[in-house]
Design a protein around this ligand. Structure first.
Ligand SMILES: Nc1nc2c(ncn2[C@@H]2O[C@H](COP(=O)(O)OP(=O)(O)OP(=O)(O)O)[C@@H](O)[C@H]2O)c(=O)[nH]1
Ligand SMILES: [Mg+2]
Length: 330
């Protein structure tokens, strides 16, 4: 083991003991790098798979952070530990939201059963999802009962992140404009349950009805399927939140019993392998001089002894290339 691996292994040991500083440091250590740190990634992966990972997404300002904060309190009252990962969009939309989130989350600062982590979504799209997936992996391995991931539901990257969740909650609010309805439409297919938040507002019933009719159009669930519920909450006064906590538990039980949970685990595993493999290949090809074979193959293609398709197959599938093709560049 390298010293880095030893340091990471030590952080993981402490994270499992619910050491919040070590948990934070481990997430940060993994944030920067996709590939490598092998021993700890393996340990993390083996230790994980026990947390209920809940994704919460929806339009900007719909009250996701407030709702998650209130939900965390409800889950704590039920004896569960809760880790929250808030993915802050780097865009101008929520320049102030990060501060807002921090202030709200300070309510929980003294509770050792609640962990809160903000992650920037700045940088490459793949990077965002990968760092978030790794953070969830750390929290799962560290034994947090429920891991909530909050993202703003705009754009593909945010929707992608939801793939790591076993239960996806889409938060809507009454009386928003058409652009927000469009976001909502994009999120319809990933919702395991809808929440109309700010139900203290007058036209909340209309939004519930709208969602119900969109769900009716989509057709009934198949036999043994999960009928997507539409709940109302007011994060402002916590109403509807106990019902939300009940429904999350019901969905989790359904996932476990119906085989859907296993199906999603497989889809997630495939997506992760795909994304990591892609990064590995891209990293190798990005700097030909780092790998002598790549350098020789590049030279051979440039000299027209080898065509680029055969070159790519040789590098990715280990398809044989003749010495003659590589010869002069050797
Ligand atoms: N009336 C009312 N206001 C609420 C409710 N929930 C949240 N809010 C308010 O809505 C505003 C936005 O809440 P946030 O929790 O920051 O919303 P968000 O969805 O996390 O926002 P972004 O992360 O920026 O997308 C804040 O001023 C909250 O106080 C609610 O149930 N009723
Ligand atoms: Mg928020």
């Amino acid at each position: 083991m390298s010293t880095t691996d030893e340091r990471l292994a030590d952080l993981l040991d402490r994270a499992v003991e619910r050491d919040m500083a070590a948990t934070s440091q481990l997430i940060s250590a993994l944030e920067g790098r996709r590939v490598g740190s092998g021993a700890v990634l393996e340990a993390l992966h083996r230790a994980g798979g026990n947390a209920h990972v809940v994704g919460v997404t929806g339009a900007p300002g719909s009250g996701k952070s407030t709702l998650v904060s209130v939900l965390a309190r409800e889950l704590r009252d039920r004896g569960l530990t809760v880790a929250i990962v808030a993915v802050d969009p780097s865009s101008a939309i929520s320049g102030g939201a990060i501060l807002g989130d921090r202030i709200r989350m300070q309510d929980h600062a003294l509770d050792p059963g609640i962990f809160v982590r903000s992650m920037s979504s700045r940088g490459s799209l793949g990077g965002v999802s990968a760092a978030t997936v790794d953070a969830v992996g750390v929290l799962d391995a560290a034994g947090w009962d429920v891991v909530v991931v909050e993202t703003v539901g705009v754009g593909q990257a945010e929707v992608e992140i939801m793939r790591i969740a076993q239960t996806v909650v889409v938060v809507s609010v009454p009386g928003l404009g058409d652009d927000v309805q469009a976001i909502k439409a994009g999120l319809m297919e990933i919702a395991d349950l809808h929440v109309v938040n700010k139900a203290d507002r007058p036209d909340a019933g209309k939004t519930v009805a709208e969602l119900l009719s969109m769900l009716t159009l989509a057709g009934p669930p198949g036999p043994g399927g999960w009928p997507v519920p539409v709940l109302s909450t007011s994060a402002a006064d916590s109403s509807g939140v106990p019902k939300l906590a009940d429904t999350l538990a019901e969905h989790r039980a359904w996932m476990a019993g119906s085989g859907e949970g296993e199906r999603r685990e497989r889809a997630m595993a495939a997506a992760r392998i795909h994304s990591i493999a892609k990064d590995l290949v891209l990293a190798r090809l990005a700097d030909p001089s780092a790998t002598p074979l790549v350098e020789r193959v590049v030279a051979a293609v440039a000299a027209r002894r080898l065509d680029p398709h055969a070159a790519a197959r040789a590098l990715v599938d280990n398809e044989p290339i003749t010495d003659l093709q590589l010869e002069k560049s050797a």
